[in-house]
Design a protein around this ligand. Sequence first.
Ligand SMILES: [Zn+2]
Length: 164
Amino acid sequence: MVKYDKKTLEMMIEGKLSWEELRLIISGRKDADRFEKILEILQERVSWPEKIILPLHEHLYIVLKENNRIVKCDCGFEFGNYNENWKTKCRVRVRDTFETIEELYLKDMGSDPTWQELREYLCPGCFTLLDVEAVPPGYPTTFNFLPDIDTFYEKWLGKQAPDK
Ligand SMILES: [Zn+2]
């Protein structure tokens, strides 16, 4: 099994590897310490002190703050408890007219706003576009992912989560 060094994994996170290099890493067996190395790299890239316990989404992490598991953005904005949908704390741009949809798509190439709207979720701290939903008008905000952190740490990593 090939062991990848931290520099290679950093390049992977930054999207700087060729497809040939990346394919070998993502399709191969993972180093036993891959998760810890990735957390170390991510932790070095943020300016805040809270410990990252799980990367949640591009730009978002579940971190420990005063023994609470909260969602935090690269920029430091805190979305609150990870059990709650971070999207409900976002600034949201809704594209529900032909005019706003045609800012993205050529005329007649986008969706019909009577049956679908685009919701763009932006971080209130840095205005990074975090996610986009294409849903019927009135559809509830989707909850992308609620990880079972304790089971992940115990069953996959063979240890207790950092706050246990
Ligand atoms: Zn942010």
